[in-house]
Design a protein around this ligand. Structure first.
Ligand code: ATP
Length: 343
């Protein structure tokens, strides 16, 4: 039994959330991760049990322990309550979404040598959801950008480059059309680069061209920096380069709290069928362990993270047991068992 125990909030979420978070926790426990999970409600399921999609007690626990692993939550389309993800990120000021996108051993795609990290501004842009009906048949949506938020996400991206030996930041934008908002985003990114990180490569690319370049040759990119909505879209595009949404993890990082979660949504089409790939959630758990290893100088977290990464690299490279999204026929449970056997 590990002597050191670190508390972390666990949000199972909706759809495939309970399946993938259970699998991730099982593997993390088997790998000796010294985590005491505090299960907290959020999402559509929390309305029935706690009368709220994002109960205050969940936010309070996250504020107290400062770290969590979260499954996806459902969001109604074209009406209904505000996205829980948006509310959570706003409430805890989790301003940086960090999403590493890499080729995995044995997972063949059209591309090789993909090794990108997306930095998505997580608190403003069109995601503020400020919309108005100005006249019958005429609606508007307000895109918000502040110097503070644009500057701190740029700082995060460049600081990451320094720590992880990354060479270049590419800023995706549409400042030719959104001259004020995307213009501010660009100006802040360039100011941060020029003042503090001149040794890191820097480029600005109009996002439509950037997407074309991404699908033509993703290996030309290193760290990608962009505002909220572009980050959402480009994350799914990038997932498609390396095998899909089942293999891309993520972190939402603020000054006082960090919540780790896969890029994918609640996937209602496969929920409850044992078909979900738990890897993206597990990889998010590995990011959490590495974050804790740094924050608490926790050797057990570091070792558990390495063991889990070794296990999934091995199982994927072997190629015998895979979930359906990666061309296999294994269930979530069968894949989880294979990972645990390979630890
Ligand atoms: P959101 O808007 O909430 O991010 P989304 O519209 O991007 O959601 P997802 O729920 O992520 O949609 O699902 C998109 C597709 O990818 C669906 O067909 C879903 O089944 C598939 N998918 C997503 N996550 C996984 C997973 N972990 N394993 C297997 N398939 C997945």
């Amino acid at each position: 039994m590990p002597t050191e125990v670190i508390e972390a909030v666990l949000i199972a979420g909706d759809g495939i959330g309970p399946e993938v978070t259970a699998a991730a926790c099982e593997v993390m426990q088997a790998a000796g991760a010294p985590i005491k999970w505090l299960s907290m409600p959020a999402g559509v399921g929390a309305v029935a049990t706690h009368g709220d999609v994002l109960p205050e007690m969940t936010l309070a626990e996250l504020r107290r322990v400062g770290v969590g692993l979260k499954g996806p939550v459902g969001t109604p389309i074209g009406g209904g309550f505000r996205s829980v993800n948006v509310s959570l990120r706003k409430a805890l000021d989790l301003y940086a979404a960090v999403r590493p996108v890499r080729n995995l051993p044995g997972v063949k795609t059209r591309y090789e040598n993909v090794d990108l990290v997306i930095f998505r501004e997580n608190t403003e842009g069109l995601y503020t959801g400020i919309e108005n009906q100005v006249a019958p048949g005429v609606v508007t949506s307000m895109k918000v950008a502040t110097e503070t938020a644009c500057t701190r996400i740029a700082e995060s991206a460049f600081e990451y480059c320094v720590h992880r030996n990354r060479k270049k930041v590419s800023v995706f934008h549409k400042a030719n059309i959104m001259k004020l908002t995307d213009g501010l985003f660009l100006r802040c990114a360039k100011a941060v680069h020029d003042a503090k990180y001149p040794q890191i490569g820097y480029e600005e690319i109009i996002i439509d061209n950037a997407c074309m370049q991404l699908v033509r040759d993703p290996s030309r990119y290193d760290v990608l920096l962009m505002e909220n909505l572009y980050g959402d879209l480009v994350s799914d595009l990038c997932a498609g380069l390396v095998g899909g949404l089942g293999v891309v993890p993520g972190a939402n990082i603020g000054r006082d709290c960090a919540v780790f979660e896969a890029v994918h949504g609640s996937a209602p089409d496969i929920a409850g069928k044992g078909l979900a790939n738990p890897l993206a959630c597990l990889m998010s758990g590995v990011m959490m362990l590495n974050f804790l290893a740094e924050k608490h100088h926790s050797q057990p977290c570091r070792i558990a993270a390495e063991r889990i990464k070794g296990a999934y690299d091995h199982v994927l490279a072997e190629g015998k047991i895979r979930t359906r999204d990666l061309g296999g026929s294994a269930t979530t449970d069968e894949f989880t068992t294979a990972l645990i056997s390979s630890l």
